[in-house]
Design a protein around this ligand. Structure first.
Ligand SMILES: [Zn+2]
Length: 285
């Protein structure tokens, strides 16, 4: 009798165990399917973002995106994201600078201290034509003091001209800092924002090829291409500055006659891109 009872208890226990294992298995499977679905959705979203506004690879430099610690926005559906992103895509060309006019982005300053500033957008104007600026950047300049470059220039017709790869350090600013951030990379030139800057220069209109304080301003195409290009870097508005803002010598006034309100209005159209990037970043961590 006791033996029979024990057998019953054992069978009951085994049956319960089987149910628990089965339920657990189903939950694991459901989680696996959910994770696969989530990963596929994220890949589709990234593909849409890269089609409209491909991310710029700044190498060792972190993107200047300050995401909230917990991102509660849901991932949009790929078709919704595609509808919300501007359809603008400027003409793009490469006119690479001579290798003497740029260098690697450093992970340590000249004293060996680690540096890890987030990316900073620095805006300029060419004052001369794009071609005259290019001839300067494409010249062999062995002396440190002569070396100069921007990452990108934007022509009056909105064409985006890439000059220095984004993962490299362009020499767009001399003695400069942003909110106390500055990196000393050589004993021959003053500390500057160059190590963590992405330098973009707007081609100056014909009536601005002089020393005056203002000119007729930039074209609509230039503003639209600039917003698209800045969106590519995923940098937040609080890390977008002018050369004038970061220049310690007070000698720079570029870009003159820049319509900030117009630019930031256009950049607002890419808000969904920044939110989505934040959500994907939060999910990946
Ligand atoms: Zn400048």
């Amino acid at each position: 009798m006791i033996k029979k009872q024990m057998l019953w208890s054992l069978s009951f226990f085994l049956a319960m165990l089987a149910i628990v294992v089965l339920l657990q298995g189903q939950r694991d499977l459901a989680e696996k399917v959910h994770a696969q679905h989530q990963a596929q959705l994220q890949a589709e979203i990234t593909a849409v973002m890269n089609e409209y506004v491909p991310a710029v690879n700044t190498g060792v430099i972190k993107p200047g995106l300050a995401c909230p610690p917990l991102q509660s926005s849901p991932i949009p559906r790929p078709q919704d994201l595609a509808r919300q992103l501007p359809k603008y895509h400027p003409k793009e060309i490469w006119k690479k600078a001579d290798a003497t006019n740029y260098g690697p982005r450093l992970t340590k300053d000249i004293q060996g201290r680690p540096v890890n500033n987030a990316l900073l957008i620095v805006l300029h104007e060419t004052v001369g034509t794009i071609d005259s600026a290019l001839s300067l950047f494409q010249a062999y300049n062995p002396r440190d003091a002569d070396q100069v470059s921007y990452h990108t220039m934007i022509g009056l017709d909105g064409t985006v001209v890439y000059v220095v790869p984004p993962e490299a350090r362009a020499y767009g600013a001399g003695n400069s800092e942003f909110n106390g951030e500055s990196v000393l990379s050589s004993t021959k030139v003053p500390s500057s924002v160059n190590n963590f800057a992405y330098h973009i220069s707007l081609e100056t209109p014909a009536d601005g090829m002089n020393e005056r304080d203002y000119h007729s301003g930039y074209t609509d195409a230039q503003y639209r291409s600039l917003a698209w290009l800045v969106a590519r870097t995923r940098v937040q508005p609080d890390r977008i500055v002018s050369h004038k803002d970061v220049d310690r010598d007070g000698a720079r006034s570029d870009p003159r006659s820049f319509d900030q309100a117009k630019f930031f209005d256009l950049l607002d159209n890419y808000d969904v891109l920044l939110t989505t990037t934040c959500t994907l970043t939060a999910l990946a961590n």
